[in-house]
Design a protein around this ligand. Structure first.
Ligand SMILES: Nc1ncnc2c1ncn2[C@@H]1O[C@H](COP(=O)(O)OP(=O)(O)OP(=O)(O)O)[C@@H](O)[C@H]1O
Ligand SMILES: [Mg+2]
Length: 314
């Protein structure tokens, strides 16, 4: 049995948004991430991917459930354990533009974590140069400001910053979504190379299944605050169980014109996470919805070995 680096049990993160309304951004998710693995996480805009990532890394406290990192509850760590956690777990943010301080030069941005954790202080400049080269930039870039770089280069700076403190686990929140298609593959390759070299574990967030297929060992599909299906990448692509996953996959174009594919078009609007449908949260758009689906929330169950789904069809 491989070792679980991360274990998430029934995690909930709700926001109170005025007028007593509660927005259930993350609403009871459970999964594990093994050491050295890449878990892909996909779902439409607003389904709670970033909130989940931010709760895992303790930017947010959780409302319920727990996140275990190396077996310890991350939201109840001691000060000392918390400092180590802040080194071990890093995040690459969704928007490289907004996540880099425009008034700091790149060298200082990358070295910030080194100073906080008193690392590499004797050879700080060399460490920054080494990190820049590691992500395909040049040491002289350390003296420039973030606005002097392209989007792809800025994302490389974000990766260098995350790697500076020798983390074990990296949450990459849509690291390629803002980039041109030609640059996306470069960044994915870079992340894969770094993973091999450093034995990193990734949670790789994207809104599109085609982006995570190659980099992920397993993929979780999120809908309105819940993970509705999780399986090995190939299994999820070849035998998707949840009607939502089937619809997402049907929307990916196939390059071969000889292969015919039915596109499943989802009915209706995406409901608000502040006003969730009764029963299964996908029932308002599901082509197979029954009375049971409208009344009862489906359980999260292992339908086949390693293949998890929350749907009354299984
Ligand atoms: N700080 C906050 N306060 C209140 N509501 C929030 C907050 N952050 C996120 N939300 C809401 O929580 C839900 C999930 O947002 P989140 O940013 O996690 O989605 P996402 O899946 O990352 O979307 P995207 O693909 O667009 O990045 C959304 O309805 C969002 O409006
Ligand atoms: Mg997001």
């Amino acid at each position: 049995m491989a070792e679980n680096l991360v274990e998430v049990n029934n995690l909930k993160k709700h926001f109170t948004i005025g007028d007593g309304l509660v927005l259930k951004a993350v609403d009871g998710v459970s999964f594990t991430i093994q050491k050295g693995e890449t878990l892909g996480l996909v779902g439409e805009s607003g389904c709670g991917k970033s909130t989940l990532g931010r709760t895992l890394i303790r930017i947010y406290d959780r409302n319920d459930g727990e996140v275990l990192f190396k077996g310890k509850n991350v939201h109840t760590l001691s000060r000392k354990e918390g400092r180590q956690f802040n080194r071990d777990v890093q995040m690459i943010f969704q928007d490289p533009q907004a996540s880099l301080n425009p008034r700091m030069i790149v060298g200082e941005i990358i070295a910030e974590g080194l100073d906080i954790h008193s690392l590499y202080q004797q050879n700080r400049a060399e460490r920054v140069a080494e990190l820049l080269e590691l992500v395909g930039l040049r040491p002289e870039h350390a003296k420039r400001f973030p606005h002097e770089f392209s989007g792809g280069q800025r994302q490389r700076i974000g990766i260098a910053r995350a790697l500076a403190v020798d983390p074990e686990f990296i949450i990459a929140d849509e690291p390629i979504s803002a980039l041109d298609v030609s640059i996306q593959a470069q960044i994915v390759n870079l992340l894969e190379d770094l993973q091999k070299e450093k034995g990193l574990t990734y949670l790789f967030i994207a809104h599109d299944l085609s982006m995570v297929k190659h980099i992920s060992n397993r993929i979780g599909v999120m809908y309105l605050g819940k993970i509705v299906e999780l399986a090995e990448s190939i299994e999820l692509y070849d035998k998707p169980l949840h009607p939502y996953t089937q619809a997402l996959l049907s929307a990916i174009p196939i390059p071969d014109p000889m292969v015919k594919k039915e596109r499943i078009v989802l009915r209706g609007e995406l409901p608000s996470p502040a006003n969730l449908p009764s029963g299964c949260r996908f029932q308002t758009r599901c082509p197979h919805a029954t009375e049971q689906c409208r009344a009862v929330e489906p359980e999260w169950k292992e339908a086949q070995p390693g293949h998890w789904v929350a749907c009354h069809l299984y």
